[in-house]
Write a protein that binds this ligand. Structure first.
Ligand code: PAF
Length: 283
């Protein structure tokens, strides 16, 4: 496995692979890898002989300097896990290399509409930073395929839109959320939970699944179902941040035309914000 931190070396390695006619799948990450990331790698390996993973904690997508500074950095363990998974190239650029003129001077990419609602409303600039780095990494890696987890549902929708709008020759592969046996969605943030919080955390998926069943069975108005779900989470020890039920393709309010909706959950357990989502087909 090659570990490369310079864009010019990466370009050279990619050029050689392209000359050999090898297809490339790409998994962008911010490191602190868990089984969910390894699943992205496995899906990438199914579609292309070469897998490239990037590890870059992107300052442009953080709203809060503390979050950025406290983001766990586990490069050695990450590289070991990627080597064991059979990854071909790991790209680990520094912030100076990616943003040589600083963040304020960086050209950016913004997907309108999908970036402004939901998480985008709570974290202004987050999706602009995300789409800018994904775009830049796509230009460096030039992949044929790129794998993104369904856990970050809005991120996946934005990346798909960006690729379509900019006519990028990349197939985006959505990968189902990997869960603990308890149902808890895998996330780097789970490492921040205390032992007690780890016992409570699976309630988020449990409440979401019940909400999903109620939406499918059309038991009552969505606002009332959301109200009940909040109460259940809060009784269990969560502090609900947001629960939305929106149209899967527009991420806007469900209408009579909506065939599939997505339930988006975000709730704090202590200081840790957990997210999850579930797509439901409406009758
Ligand atoms: O999902 C993430 O880890 C990040 O948003 C990504 C896609 C690697 C871009 O920094």
């Amino acid at each position: 496995m090659l570990v490369i931190d310079s864009p010019s070396e990466l370009r050279e390695a990619i050029k050689q692979l392209k000359q050999q006619g090898k297809a490339i799948s790409f998994i962008p990450t911010m490191g602190n890898l868990h089984s969910g990331h390894i699943e992205l790698v496995k899906q990438g390996q199914k579609v292309a002989p070469i897998t490239v993973v990037s590890i870059f904690v992107n300052p442009m997508q953080f709203n809060n300097a503390d979050d950025l500074n406290n983001y766990p950095k586990t490069l050695k363990a990450d590289c070991q896990a990627l080597q064991a998974a059979g990854v071909d190239i790991v790209f680990t650029p520094s912030s100076e290399v990616i943003y040589p003129n600083g963040l304020a001077a960086q050209t950016y990419v913004e997907v309108p509409g999908l970036s402004d609602c939901l998480e985008g409303e709570l974290r202004p600039g987050h999706f602009r930073g995300m789409s800018t780095i994904v775009n830049k990494l796509f230009n460096l890696v030039q992949p044929d395929y790129a794998c993104f987890g369904e856990k970050d549902f809005q991120q996946l929708a934005i990346v798909k839109q960006m690729v379509a709008d900019m006519a990028m020759p990349i197939e985006i592969i959505p990968v189902a959320t990997v869960r603990e046996a308890s149902g808890l969605a895998m996330s780097s943030r789970n490492n921040k939970l205390s032992e007690e919080e780890k016992l409570t955390a699976p309630l988020l998926a449990k409440v979401m699944n019940k909400l999903g069943d109620d939406v499918i069975n059309n038991t009552t108005q969505h606002s009332l179902l959301i109200h009940d779900a909040c109460r259940e989470l809060e009784t269990g020890g969560f502090d609900t941040d947001a629960i939305h039920i929106v149209d899967v393709s527009t991420l806007q309010a469900v209408t009579s035309e909506t065939k599939q909706a997505v339930i988006l959950m975000a709730a704090f357990l202590g200081a840790t914000r957990l997210i999850d989502n579930k797509v439901v087909t409406l009758n």
